[in-house]
Every structure is written in structure tokens, then in C-alpha cells.
Design a protein around this ligand. Structure first.
Ligand code: NDP
Ligand code: GDP
Length: 323
């Protein structure tokens, strides 16, 4: 039975990846950081139904010794480094935490693997935010990076260090440059969940307005369930490499919002307001990925159209709030 170690297992992708890997027959070790609210920390794993099948172990991405001990003890075949301070807006408020966890944390995990079990295959959760002020449309593995936030700069450091460990030490380290991916388990502060949660509240009469920031920003939104399969496929290759994972379709925040209100039988214009306080110091206006390499080499393709993703998120938020 192969063993996978997942950092960030309590996050959106960690939950979906745990389900995917258990389905493939893996023993799944999930690293969680100590929290005073440990009773709610595994809510996503409960929702997705894997909480009783994964082994949860303590560790922190900023603590090399905890990572070395985990890698030494479990000798994982595969390590998925998903842990991060992952919210772009917060990264301007907490640039040092973001750099420490999202940037240096990845290097700390790479070091732990190099020291304790270098034959493990390593996945780094890189981000389309690294393209930032995009230098070409669509973006692929050859597009130059131009990070626009402390988050993106931290991810870029982690990305190049993953490449560097592969080239310097021969480690099987791959970096997935994933475009935005969502699900009912997406963090509530991200725009898609803000919208689907807001629409569900309005539908249920719990609220009558939804306040958003920049409605014209465009993202290439996929489903997290599809994207975790791509992570796994990268680690099944003989040779480690970097891959863009995206749907090849872009939509604005306004487009997403319109779809969400329509899915609930409501009119967006009656409820949506904008507030300049929600604008960012620097914006990423347009992301559109070209996942041609992933399709050619990994045989990966996204399966969930945006309309289905929106409908699934609305249905889940309605159900959650009705409870
Ligand atoms: P989430 O924000 O949902 O999850 C982040 C995870 O990191 C949580 O489990 C969190 O734990 C954990 N974490 C944070 N800090 C630490 C720390 N110091 N030590 C250990 N664990 C820590 O992110 P997603 O699941 O959405 O994304 C997964 C990864 O993919 C992230 O690295 C993200 O930046 C990246 N990514 C995501 C994209 C997306 O669209 N979702 C797009 C491209 C990249 P806790 O529960 O305790 O907070
Ligand atoms: P990101 O692409 O990782 O930054 O994901 P987000 O979901 O946080 O943001 C996507 C886009 O939505 C960005 O361009 C934001 O500026 C825009 N946006 C507009 N209104 C909001 C809002 O209320 N919350 C968030 N999080 N983003 C918003």
C-alpha cells in the first residue's frame, strides 16, 4: 500500500486529495497544525467523508524538526505540499507570515524530504497568481511570471526552489501551476464562495444584499475534484516536471455572479453592491490557462463546466444554511 503525506489536509484541496488517494488504495497521512479549536479543524474531512480513514499527525510547515520527524517516521512514497497562507488579500496584511509559510515553508518541506527520505516524490502547489500581470494570453509553462502580491511572490520563490531541488539534488519534485479551482469546500473568503454563500442567504431570506469588490477581474475557474487528480498524475510520471492546470475558459467575477443568481432563480441587479474597500492594492485582471502540456503528457482534462460548478456550490450552500 503506497503512503502519501499531505500538508494542508484540512484545506479544500487536502480534503479532495485525501478522498482521491484513499480511492486509489493509499495510506494517507495528513499533517495538521496545532489549534485550540481542534474540534472544528477537520470539518472539511468530515464533510467529504475521509476523517476516519486518514491518519492525522501534528506538524507545522515553519518547523523543520517536526517535518523531518514525520518524513522519517512514515517514509512516504509521495509528499503533497498543499499547506500555505493561501488568501491573496491577506498577504498584504500579513506579508511576513505569507513569506514564511507559503514561501519558506515549501523549502522547509523540501529540506525535510532531502534530509530524511529523498526518494519520496514531491508535489508543490504552485499558482497561476505567479503570472499576475500577465505577459501573454493564454498562460502556459513558458509564459514569464510577474507576481502582483506578497502571496504570488512567495509562491514564485517556492516554485523556483522546487525546480532547483529537482535540478540540484535529482529529487522527483514537480510543481503544479494550478489556476483557480473551487468547490463547496472553498474557503468562505474567496470570491466564488462569498457569492454562492451570499446568494444562498438571499434565497433563504437571511439577507438581501451581497457586497463585492472588483467585478471585472477574470479567472479561469475549475473544480478542485478534477485538479487533485492532476496533482497525482504528475507524481506518477517517470520524470518530474512542471504543468499548468486550467480549463482554458475565463469568466469575470460578474459572469460568475450572474450564473450564481440565475441558478437560484434570482436577479443579480436587485442584490449586488460594490465597495471600493474590497479592491486590492494591485490586481490580477485576467487569468486564462493553456493546459495543453498536461493533456499531452498526463492525459489530464478538466471535466466540470463552470455552470455545473456554480450549481453544485449553490446547492451545497443552500443545504448548509438550511440546516
Ligand atoms: P486552503 O487555504 O483551503 O488550505 C490551506 C491549508 O494550509 C490548510 O490546511 C491550513 O491549515 C494549512 N496551513 C496553513 N499554514 C500552515 C502551517 N504553518 N503549517 C501547516 N499547515 C498550514 O487552500 P486550498 O486547499 O485552496 O489550496 C491548496 C494549496 O494550493 C495552497 O498552497 C494554495 O495556495 C494553492 N493553490 C490553490 C489554488 C486554488 O484555487 N484553490 C490555486 C493555486 C494554488 P488550517 O486548516 O490549520 O488553517
Ligand atoms: P484569487 O484569484 O486567488 O485572488 O482568488 P479570489 O477568489 O480571492 O479573488 C478572485 C478575484 O475576485 C480577484 O480579482 C478579486 O479582486 C475579485 N473580487 C471581487 N470581489 C471580491 C470579494 O468580495 N472577495 C474576494 N476574495 N475577491 C473579490
Amino acid at each position: 500500500m503506497p503512503t502519501a503525506l499531505i500538508t494542508g489536509i484540512t484545506g479544500q484541496d487536502g480534503a479532495y486529495l485525501s478522498k482521491f488517494l484513499l480511492g486509489k488504495g493509499y495510506r494517507v497521512i495528513g499533517m495538521i497544525r496545532r489549534s485550540a479549536s481542534s474540534d472544528v479543524i477537520s470539518e472539511r474531512l468530515r464533510w467529504i467523508g475521509t476523517i476516519d480513514q486518514v491518519t492525522l499527525v501534528d506538524g507545522n510547515l515553519t518547523d523543520l524538526s517536526s517535518l523531518v520527524r514525520l518524513v522519517q517516521e512514515y517514509k512516504p512514497d509521495e509528499v503533497y505540499n498543499l499547506a500555505a497562507q493561501s488568501f491573496v488579500a491577506t498577504s498584504w496584511q500579513q506579508p511576513i507570515v505569507t513569506g514564511t509559510v507559503t514561501g519558506l515553508g515549501a523549502v522547509t518541506m523540501l529540506e525535510a524530504v532531502r534530509i530524511a527520505w529523498p526518494q519520496a516524490r514531491f508535489y508543490q502547489a504552485s499558482s497561476s497568481e505567479m503570472f499576475g500581470k500577465v505577459q501573454a494570453v493564454p498562460q502556459n509553462e513558458d509564459t514569464p511570471f510577474y507576481p502582483r502580491s506578497p502571496y504570488a511572490a512567495a509562491k514564485l520563490y517556492a516554485h523556483w526552489m522546487t525546480v532547483n531541488y529537482r535540478e540540484s539534488f535529482g529529487m522527483h519534485a514537480s510543481s503544479g501551476i494550478l489556476f483557480n479551482h473551487e468547490s463547496p469546500l472553498r474557503g468562505i473568503e474567496f470570491v466564488t464562495r462569498r457569492i454562492t454563500d451570499g446568494v444562498a442567504r438571499i434565497k433563504l431570506g437571511l439577507s438581501d444584499r451581497l457586497t463585492l469588490g472588483n467585478m471585472s477581474a477574470k479567472r479561469d475557474w475549475g473544480h478542485a475534484r478534477d485538479y487533485v487528480e492532476a496533482m497525482w498524475l504528475m507524481l506518477q510520471q517517470d520524470v518530474a516536471d512542471d504543468y499548468v492546470i486550467a480549463t482554458g475558459r475565463t469568466a469575470s467575477v460578474e459572469d460568475f455572479c450572474r450564473l450564481a443568481f440565475a441558478a437560484a432563480g434570482l436577479a443579480m441587479e436587485d442584490h449586488v453592491h460594490t465597495d471600493a474597500a474590497l479592491l486590492r492594492p494591485a490586481e490580477v485582471e485576467l487569468l486564462l490557462g493553456d493546459a495543453g502540456k498536461a493533456e499531452r503528457v498526463l492525459g489530464w482534462k478538466p471535466c466540470t463546466p463552470l455552470e455545473d460548478l456554480v450549481a453544485e456550490m449553490i446547492a451545497a450552500d443552500l443545504k448548509r444554511l438550511a440546516r
